[in-house]
Design a protein around this ligand. Structure first.
Ligand SMILES: NC(=O)c1ccc[n+]([C@@H]2O[C@H](COP(=O)([O-])OP(=O)(O)OC[C@H]3O[C@@H](n4cnc5c(N)ncnc54)[C@H](O)[C@@H]3O)[C@@H](O)[C@H]2O)c1
Length: 252
């Protein structure tokens, strides 16, 4: 995979041990110019510095993906500076381990705003630029929780949100295929990142691993490699797909 001359925009790339930061690295180390966006500016600044220190081309940007005006101006800024966006990775996401009877409406709305509505904003802002150049790769972050119901840290709002991401991905894929744009998703199982916020104790981990045929928790590189593949030119005949990365914990 070679991303020379490609411009990639990755949301939620700030967290130190997260999927977004690793994805930015995998794309950058294969030649892409990467723009790392996150609500946490310190995080993306540090990530970009790390990539640039390895001769990568990375720029950090502060962005709250739930804010349409910010999304719009960041996309204009990127296109103004780099001329285009070839790859969009909608990775920013949050969850809450709340049981269905206890979910307050504000929390339901927050989960949907961060995990789903943001993807609608970003996709709508980026697509005209991809259409103009008749090329684009969009990769969205789904989850095993969206397929088989919540897991150890996924509430029912999170499962519903990730199922919505899968539906949106498929519909956009159909609409945009004639314009040289693919839209796919990945559905990670349990990956060792900060999203679990301390819920993943050694004991819980052991329990989970019993249900994972591959016998381990996933790593951010497991996910980032797949995202990079879907973002590559060579994956042009794959669209509307949601690839499981879950060690066999859920096979469909
Ligand atoms: N880790 C897992 O087990 C797992 C499994 C399935 C799916 N996922 C999905 O993968 C994606 C990445 O998760 P992760 O595990 O790397 O989590 P993480 O918590 O390490 O990273 C998420 C990033 O999103 C950012 N973010 C949150 N709200 C934001 C907002 N409003 N605007 C901009 N950025 C915002 C956070 O600051 C953070 O840097 C998420 O969409 C998540 O739902 C993760």
């Amino acid at each position: 995979m070679n991303f020379q001359d490609r411009v990639a925009f990755i949301t939620g790339a700030g967290s130190k041990r997260g999927i977004g930061r690793e994805t930015a690295k995998q794309l950058a180390y294969r030649g892409a110019t990467v723009i790392l966006a996150d609500i946490d500016f310190e995080g993306v600044k540090e990530a970009a510095e790390e990539i640039n220190a390895q001769n990568g081309k990375a720029s950090p940007v502060q962005l709250d993906v739930t804010n349409r005006a910010q999304v719009s101006s960041v996309v204009q800024e990127i296109v103004g500076k780099f001329g285009k966006i070839d790859i969009l990775v909608n990775n920013a996401g949050i969850t809450r381990p709340t049981r269905v009877l206890e979910i307050p409406e504000e929390e339901w709305d927050l989960i949907f705003r961060v995990n789903v509505k943001s993807i609608y904003y970003l996709t709508q802002e980026v697509l005209p630029h991809m259409k103009r150049q008749h090329y684009g790769r969009i990769v969205n972050l789904g989850s095993v929780s969206g397929k088989r119901g919540g897991g150890v840290f996924g509430g029912s709002h999170y499962s519903a949100a990730k199922a919505a991401v899968a539906g949106f991905t498929k519909a956009v894929a159909r609409e945009m295929a004639p314009f040289g744009i693919t839209c796919n998703a990945v559905a990670p199982g349990l990956i060792g990142t900060d999203i679990t916020g301390g819920m993943l104790t050694e004991e819980v981990k052991k329990e989970i691993i019993k249900g994972v045929p591959v016998g381990r928790i996933g790593t951010v590189t497991d996910v980032a490699y797949t995202i990079a593949f879907l973002a590559s030119e060579q994956a042009g005949y794959i669209t509307g797909e949601e690839i499981d990365i879950n060690g066999g914990m859920h096979i469909d």
